[in-house]
Every structure is written in structure tokens, then in C-alpha cells.
Design a protein around this ligand. Structure first.
Ligand SMILES: *Cc1c(COP(=O)(O)O)cnc(C)c1O
Length: 350
């Protein structure tokens, strides 16, 4: 499917619009007051999301950022510590919310190129019992790991991390904004992939096309507390079934088509990898993201390239100095990929 206005927008999968089916479902949604627990559409979405990920319960949140923050505040109290990767969304792109709002201390350890955190680094980061130390309560992993290339973390890796954490009574939260891209890339059932996580957040927006919303999943007890913290943060929504109706389509047919986005990311990479002026960065695409780097010494800047592509109706953005990230999604079809490759190739010769 291409955008109706003909714009090819590869900046992110956050730019996706709701599908026609979603708009119809939203118009017809049966609603109630969700703060009273009386919105049947939200209740259905929470129940189905929990089932899909093999968790006991789930909570609809306004955004992924809010879902992650609620998870951190449910696992940790003020002055407790959470460990996460230097390349993680929770460290880079959530405005320091866990400290600013939750009073939670963040400890950062390096991500490996494959997106993982090294087990020895995790072990060294967990605090010992000492009057000088905060208590380490949580480890956050991200799957797929966006900044490392949209790479999936395997079930085996998660198992190894969990085995390490249980000895120290540290919980495992999964920032699974794109967990279904990960399960698709690894060809594994999503519930099996996240079986070792104590909680997981995933986004209904992004590649799954809902206009708004994320789900936080965990045990009954965890979600009960999380629901109260959501209210405390001002995230208790009333007739949210309007939004949940789109979410039900996200976790149904939209998950099943993510392989198309992954195929198109590979096509895009294949189409540009022989352009002399660029090289693939962060490996061959494993999900819906393609990273490229400009070769050094080019007389064209990232900004000039973005402008020239924009003039042709193609939106792209940089992901660091001399770097681009292209993201495929529902609103990018084969013709869009073909046009992108043609235009991107000519930018360097023009
Ligand atoms: C987008 C994203 C989030 C946050 O989601 P929002 O809905 O944009 O707040 C969290 N983690 C990762 C890895 C993301 O890509």
C-alpha cells in the first residue's frame, strides 16, 4: 500500500496511518469508561494482548514511552536502580523520565553490535549489598534493538540473561516496541520469545499501524499495580475503545504481514548496496530497518541529500553524522522501493 498523497516516507514506521479497516472499526467501536474497567473493546484488547505474549494480564497505555515508564516505576521504587544499554531507547529517547518522574537511577552499560548486553557487563553492573549502594531492581532489554540495526535478540540470549538475574532478584523488562518484528525475523512464536521476561511493552502504532497506543504485559499482580501508576501519571483514559478497536486489528492481521516489510527492507538494501558512495551500516537488514553510511570525502552532505530526496517526494532522515536509517512499513509498497532506489542512485551523479 502506498500513501494516498504519493509521498514515500522512509523516516520511521511511526509515520504509518491507520488502515481503512482500522478507521471503520474505530467508528463502530463499543465503548465504556475504561477507568471504571467498563470499556469492552479495551478489555478485549488487553486480554488478547496478554494471551498473545503468554502473560497473565495487560494494560493499554498512551504510548510506548509511558508503557516503559510505568514498567520501571512498578518494578522499582525511588532510589532504586535500573540497568539498560547505552543504545537503548529507554536511555536515549525517553527524556530521562525514570529519574525525572520515577526517582529511579539509571545505570548504562554498552550494547554489543548484535544488540545484546554482555552477560559479564550485566553481572558487574548489579550492585552488591552495601550501605553506599542503590538497590538494583531491574534490567531492560530492547527487542528488536533499533539503534544496533533493528536486530532481534534470541530466546537463548534472553534465557541466559534471566538465569543470571534470578540469582540477584533483578527483574527483566523487555522494551519490545517491535517485538513482533523480532519474532517474525527469528521465526518464533512471540510468547515463546518473551517467556523469560517479567514484563514487556510493545507498540500498536509503528509497524502495526494503530494511530495511538502501546501495551504493557505482565503478571496479574504487576498489571494491577501498573494500572494504578498509569492513573497517577494521568494516563487513565475514558472511552479508549475507539483507540483499542484499531489495536485489535494491529495484533491480528497487521502482525501477520510484517514479513512483507522485512522483505522490502532486504530489497532496498540490495538495490543500493552497490552504489559506490554509500555502504551498508550495522549489517544486512534483519527486520524493517536499513542503515547506510556515506563514504568519507563526498562533496554532498547528508542535509543536501535529504533535501534532494524530499524534492522528489521521498522523505528520509539521518541517524547520525554521515548516516541514514530507512524504515519500511505498511505504507511502502514495491513500486515505492523501486522509485527510492532509482532516485537515491541519481542523487550522487546529479
Ligand atoms: C518508539 C519506541 C518506544 C516508545 O514508543 P512511543 O510510542 O514513541 O513513546 C520505546 N522503545 C523503542 C525501542 C521504540 O522504538
Amino acid at each position: 500500500m502506498a500513501f494516498e498523497n504519493g509521498i514515500i516516507d522512509l523516516r520511521s514506521d511511526t509515520v504509518t496511518h491507520p488502515t481503512k479497516e482500522m478507521r471503520a472499526a474505530m467508528a463502530e467501536a463499543v465503548v465504556g469508561d475504561d477507568v471504571y474497567g467498563e470499556d469492552p473493546t479495551v478489555n478485549e484488547l488487553e486480554k488478547k494482548s496478554a494471551e498473545l505474549l503468554g502473560m497473565e494480564d495487560a494494560l493499554f497505555t498512551a504510548s510506548g514511552t509511558m508503557g516503559n515508564l510505568i514498567a520501571v516505576m512498578t518494578h522499582c521504587g525511588r532510589g532504586d536502580e535500573a540497568i539498560m544499554g547505552r543504545q537503548g531507547h529507554t536511555f536515549l529517547h525517553e527524556v530521562g523520565n525514570m529519574s525525572a518522574v520515577g526517582g529511579v537511577f539509571a545505570q548504562i552499560i554498552p550494547n554489543q553490535p548484535d544488540g545484546t548486553l554482555q552477560l559479564t557487563d550485566i553481572k558487574d553492573a548489579i550492585r552488591s549489598e552495601d550501605i553506599h549502594h542503590p538497590e538494583t531492581k531491574l534490567l531492560i532489554l530492547e527487542n528488536t534493538q533499533n539503534n544496533c540495526g533493528g536486530v532481534p535478540l534470541t530466546k537463548k540470549y534472553m534465557r541466559d540473561v534471566k538465569n543470571l538475574l534470578v540469582n540477584h532478584e533483578v527483574a527483566l523488562h523487555m522494551d519490545g516496541a517491535r517485538i513482533f518484528n523480532a519474532s517474525e525475523a527469528l521465526e518464533i512464536d512471540p510468547a515463546e520469545l518473551v517467556a523469560d521476561a517479567d514484563s514487556i511493552m510493545f507498540c500498536l502504532s509503528k509497524g502495526l499501524c494503530a494511530p495511538v497506543g502501546s501495551m504493557l504485559c505482565g503478571s496479574k499482580e504487576f498489571i494491577k499495580e501498573a494500572r494504578k501508576i498509569r492513573k497517577q501519571l494521568g494516563g487513565g483514559m475514558r472511552q479508549a475503545g475507539i483507540l483499542a478497536a484499531a489495536g485489535l486489528i494491529s495484533i491480528g492481521p497487521m502482525i501477520k504481514r510484517l514479513n512483507e516489510d522485512h522483505d522490502r527492507a532486504k530489497k532496498l538494501a540490495d538495490g543500493i548496496k552497490n552504489i559506490e558512495e554509500v555502504e551498508l551500516n550495522k549489517g544486512y537488514p534483519q527486520s524493517n530497518m536499513v542503515f547506510v553510511k556515506l563514504r568519507e570525502g563526498l562533496d554532498k552532505s547528508v542535509e543536501e541529500i535529504i533535501t534532494e530526496m524530499g524534492n522528489e517526494g521521498i522523505r528520509i532522515s539521518d541517524s547520525g553524522p554521515g548516516e541514514f536509517r530507512f524504515v519500511t512499513h505498511y505504507w511502502i509498497d514495491d513500486a515505492d522501493i523501486k522509485k527510492f532506489i532509482e532516485v537515491f542512485s541519481t542523487v550522487f551523479t546529479a
